[in-house]
Design a protein around this ligand. Structure first.
Ligand SMILES: Cc1cc2nc3c(=O)[nH]c(=O)nc-3n(C[C@H](O)[C@H](O)[C@H](O)COP(=O)(O)OP(=O)(O)OC[C@H]3O[C@@H](n4cnc5c(N)ncnc54)[C@H](O)[C@@H]3O)c2cc1C
Length: 256
């Protein structure tokens, strides 16, 4: 079996000058777990140019969805940003990644902490009923610089709670907590600070973070992960894997 498949772009949505998302066809044989990523790309001069992308769609969706940055002069994204419905795109035949429910020990509250396009894997996870079966509360925190960077805001705040199938679970268990660093907004500040000073737990009505009840998935820049890791470890939490589940798991949203 080839490592790459050709899929067809079905729709494209531009959120800002720097951010867009798109949906593609999905080969029936392509399987993934919520939170995983795959390689996607374009054939340039006959050769595949591929980058890692988290899968933003639900594992049961007939299509695949991706949220993408537009890096000025970025090798892939300077071309990817021009995708239009009907275009072909390469999608890896396999998915992988560390943001897996099975890498976490049972807990009560699941914190999903993402900055920028680090939201993408969590868009898949919050559409997975298994998440709500395993946790009493799911707190999705999306950190961005400006309000306009909050892609999927109305989907998360309005559409998902009204969803015919997931709505009851989402209304009962999901707390969507966008936070902004560079302009006024109802929630302000870096995720690290909001956790360190107890603002996040307080705002969502939960006790300070602790090993017994709280589980974390992190997806952001190297710096964001480096800042958060000691905070979690300081509270007695340890990183999990499929072979040795723990209290938190980590994935880079991009490589610098
Ligand atoms: C596990 C994993 C999952 C990823 N998932 C996604 C995803 O869902 N969506 C997505 O847009 N990208 C994602 N990326 C990043 C992606 O692989 C590419 O880096 C991105 O598409 C830019 O590609 P490029 O060739 O245009 O530029 P590159 O040459 O790859 O990147 C150039 C520079 O742009 C910056 N950059 C790259 N990606 C980002 C980003 N996402 N946010 C902010 N700055 C960035 C970095 O400083 C990087 O050095 C992921 C990376 C990893 C490792």
């Amino acid at each position: 079996m080839s490592a790459l498949r050709n899929e067809i772009v079905r729709s494209v949505h531009h959120w800002t000058e720097e951010l867009f998302s798109f949906r593609t066809s999905r080969d029936k044989g392509f399987r993934f777990a919520s939170g995983q990523f795959t390689m996607i790309g374009l054939r340039i001069d006959g050769k595949p140019l591929l980058r890692a992308y988290s899968i933003a769609s639900a594992h049961y969706d007939d299509e695949l969805e991706f949220l993408s940055i537009k890096v000025p002069d970025g090798k892939l994204t300077s071309r990817l940003k021009d995708l239009a419905p009907g275009d072909e795109i390469l999608v890896g035949a396999k998915a992988t990644g560390t943001l897996l429910l099975d890498s976490l020990t049972p807990g009560r509250n699941l914190y999903l902490l993402g900055t920028g396009t680090g939201l993408a894997p969590f868009l898949s996870l919050v559409r997975d009923p298994d998440v709500y079966e395993r946790f009493e509360k799911v707190i999705l925190v999306h950190g961005c610089r400006q309000v306009r960077d909050l892609a999927y805001r109305s989907k998360l705040a309005d559409e998902l709670p009204a969803d015919e199938i997931l709505g009851d679970l989402v209304r009962d268990k999901l707390v969507y907590y966008p936070t902004i660093t560079r302009e006024p907004f109802k929630n302000r500040g870096r995720i690290t600070d909001l956790i360190a000073n107890g603002t996040l737990a307080n705002d969502v009505g939960l006790p300070p973070i602790g090993k017994q009840d709280d589980r974390f998935m992190l997806c952001g820049s190297v710096q964001m992960l480096a800042d958060l890791r000691p905070l979690l470890e300081g509270a007695g939490l340890s990183e999990g894997s499929t072979t040795a589940p723990g209290e938190f798991v980590v994935e880079k949203a991009f490589v610098e």
